[in-house]
Write a new protein. Sequence first.
Length: 231
Amino acid sequence: MKTIDAATRRVALAQTQLFQALRPDDLDAIVARTVVRWISRGAIILRRGDPNGGMMVIMSGRVRISVISEDGKEVTLTVLGTGEVLGELSLLDGEPCSADVTAQEDCVLLLIERGQFLHMLRSNSELCLHLMALLSRRLRRANGMLEDMALLDLPTRLGRLLVRLGNDYGVPVRSGTRIEVRLSQKDISTLVGASREKVNRQIRQWEEDGVLGKDNGRMVIVNAQALPSLN
């Protein structure tokens, strides 16, 4: 059976936004309470309505957060990667999971049981502040996406999304920045609030103009300055 020692888990937690500023002894206390989970690509990690089991830290890999619409279509809400956390809302309110979570890649997750984490929150004000900051950042991002959908045209919404994906999940390649996260055009259309056909048409236009390209099946931002992101 595969194992990950405490030192490796400690390094992974120390690099996350939530735990990076904690004192060494506080971090060690959290490490001692983590359970490692290995998840294969394509596996369902959580389903909407599942009882809360605790908070998960993504040690490696990426996951997709989605819901099923009333007409049975899967709607992608966001993608999370290494160093980000899952289940923080259910952790606090004890309610069931509010979305489906699927592994987009092979993942290693660190699970912290809810009761243990709540005990740490009650005794560590610094950890509470970091969790509040994490939730605030996610709320601001969600509000920003809603504002974009209401006020901006499709090219600008799509440009902003691609720039953000490039910043969060991009790697340099000869032709530009390759976006490592796997998103279908259906996923992208959901994230920008437009039809799949319109998104496909805009992406094709940018490919013809040399703004976007492809590398081993992944999207490449060739000319980021040409994307109308308003940044």
